[in-house]
Design a protein around this ligand. Sequence first.
Ligand code: G1P
Length: 303
Amino acid sequence: MAVSVRRKIKKVTKAVFPVAGMGTRFLPATKSIPKEILTLVDRPLIQYAIDEARAAGIKEFIFVTARGKSALEDYFDHSPELEATLRRAGKDDLLEVLRETNMDSGAIAYVRQNRALGLGHAVWCARRLIGNEPFAVLLPDDVIAAEKPCLQQMVEAYEQTGGNMVAAMEVPLEKTSSYGVLDVAEDMGSIVQVKGMVEKPKSDPPSNLAVIGRYILTPQVMVNLNKMKAGAGGEIQLTDAIAEEATTLGQVFGFRFRGQRYDCGSKAGFLQATVAFGLTRPDLRDEFSAYINDMVAMQKAAQ
Ligand code: G1P
């Protein structure tokens, strides 16, 4: 079994954040703001992904952006006037909140995807910044609440396996057509050896284990993406480039993470995440849970 890889595994210090999508599902809100800036309680979606990457030891953050996404670049920049105003007002707590959003000079890079050719193409746009190193990919739409952040769990597992690793989660069979789906060679519990992957299968999914938007990938995946082969939906799929590694080298693993995933790319998922995060935030939970309980009681009474 390939899980007991002995050779030295290179540390994962770079992460790619594909943020070029138009976010049409959130129109009209996304007409003038990137969907990654939509707020879950009081922080933009992208902040959750950045925090998770930081916790996993990521030092270089590569954003694949597009036209209309400049608000994202501003978000991670220092804001000298705002900071000076808060300092003068003695609002140290808010200064601390802002500090989380600042990136060290040179730690963050932006590349543009100038044509919407799919997730695989977006990741490929970062190839020169990745070079010959393993790298993580985080899809900010997938927000994962977990005691130990999901990517950190994956980095720990990857230190045992090497190769390529994708976050995986069981979904109802009828939902598999919305995901990349794993073809399982060997199920070892939290780690699954994969022999193939299918993007959004229309029928006959190979399993009900779906890919969730966290990946640790070898630079060979970028080489596979060079072929620019269109897959499901006519798009260049990341899933296909990873699947090639499973079929040639058997070097792909699924990782069943511990945590709750919210699909913040959909309105229902975003609302669920808002409620769940609101209920766990120490500064909000008492007031918010009282409100939710009242709402539920009122609805029951009305039935
Ligand atoms: C992308 C990937 C898919 C994965 C999903 C997870 O699809 O292509 O393999 O299962 O993210 O959220 P999207 O939801 O962007 O269409």
